[in-house]
Ligand binder design. Structure first.
Ligand SMILES: C[S@@+](CC[C@H](N)C(=O)[O-])C[C@H]1O[C@@H](n2cnc3c(N)ncnc32)[C@H](O)[C@@H]1O
Length: 364
């Protein structure tokens, strides 16, 4: 007499058990992914196949429940004692969305297993390369906007102190190095609590750019006029965790708080520049990334106990073999950077979280 109810209960129980199984399979997969840098490819691919097959069964069960609910005649249902037959499938749309997203999640894992080396820097800088030409046009436009934005002339005090005016480093090369640095931070396991400082931030545009990759970004600037412009910019772009400090990089004494210290030849006076470089290299924590895109630093990096990582990046208080092994580790991360996204929670979140930590993601 109550066969509809019995059938419904059975299907709902089956669905609940398949959903639980999906959660367990995801947990086992993530445990496997996390436990070993050299992935067990067969085991992980088997896990993915098991999730796919379980998803298929979830989908069939949901269809059966939907069909059954459609076919239930109200009268017939009334004859059944409490509890009543459910009139809708709980979490129907949520589960449908999870199932729809699965092929992308499956692909996301397969992209990172087996681990493959991906270079930190583009290997061509040739003037006739299509990307190089496009980036060069982009740099010109960016620099034009910087000029429009920062109309302040250099402060006399800053000039006397030996500072350069606000001369911009090409933004595309900046981004290339910052992106590589982000992957190095992933390899160091510190990307989720990363802090960036631009020593001599000028109008603050590089601080703004860096905020896409770092949790906290700081601009340090000697010239008060420039520091105010940088503050104005950062206030307007709604970055969460930023600061502009009006101060002197030569005496600044908390470089140890930062994972990456960027300085683009801030000082014209060579002796003052030496002092600034000494202060940074001597007071950062070991294995801090220094981003110093100019010749003088390249010539001094050994005496300052820094080892090149590629591009214009150096590993502070480290030797070359430490830098090389970190660089190799970073080359095994993906190229995705974790932009904040507002997506509803999903059963696949542990996989997405692991992937982000490994430099892989869905929408980059
Ligand atoms: C070449 S610009 C770099 C601008 C920006 N960082 C970029 O990469 O586009 C140098 C900036 O460093 C600032 N500066 C120079 N010496 C400094 C010091 N000792 N402490 C803080 N800022 C300094 C200058 O005022 C100037 O704004």
């Amino acid at each position: 007499m109550c066969s509809d109810r019995r059938k419904s209960t059975k299907l709902h129980d089956l669905l609940a058990s398949k959903l639980l199984q999906a959660e367990n399979l995801v947990a086992a997969l993530v445990k496997n992914l996390e436990s070993n840098h050299l992935f067990n490819v067969t085991q992980i691919h088997n896990s993915l196949d098991a999730i796919t097959s379980n998803n298929h069964q979830i989908s069939i069960t949901m269809q059966q429940i939907s069909t059954m609910l459609l076919n239930v005649e109200p009268k017939k249902a009334d004859t059944c004692p409490t509890p009543e037959l459910p009139t809708a499938l709980p979490k129907h749309f949520e589960i449908r969305n999870w199932l729809l997203a699965w092929p992308q999640i499956d692909e996301l894992v397969r992209t990172q297993v087996p681990a493959t080396k991906r270079a930190l820097f583009r290997d061509t800088k040739a003037a006739n390369d299509i990307t190089v030409s496009q980036l060069s046009a982009y740099d010109s436009a960016f620099d034009y906007l910087r000029g429009k934005f920062n109309t302040e002339s250099q402060d006399c005090k800053a000039k006397e102190h030996g500072c350069f005016a606000d001369i911009s480093f090409p933004n595309s090369v900046f981004l290339e190095n910052i992106h590589a640095a982000y992957r190095i931070l992933l390899a160091q396991g510190v990307a989720s609590q990363s802090q960036f400082i631009d020593v001599g931030c000028g109008s603050g545009l590089k601080v703004m750019q860096a905020s896409l990759f770092f949790n906290r970004v700081v601009g340090l600037e000697y010239d008060l006029g420039y520091a105010n412009i940088a503050r104005e910019l950062l206030e307007q772009v709604h970055i969460a965790n930023w600061d502009v400090i009006h101060g002197d990089g030569i005496t600044f004494d908390t470089y140890r708080d930062f994972n990456l210290v960027y300085f683009y030849r801030p000082m014209r006076d060579p002796a003052m520049l030496n002092k600034l470089e000494n202060q940074i290299a001597n007071t950062v924590e070991p294995e801090t990334i220094l981003f110093a895109p100019y010749e003088q630093f390249y010539f001094r990096h050994k005496e300052l106990n820094c080892a090149p990582l590629g591009g214009s990046l150096y590993l502070a208080k480290s030797n070359q073999s430490q830098a090389d092994s970190l660089r190799t580790k970073a080359e095994y991360t993906g190229t995705f950077f974790n932009k904040p996204r507002n997506t509803p929670p999903s059963i696949w979140d542990p996989i997405i979280k692991f992937s982000h930590k490994n430099g892989f993601g869905l929408d980059n």
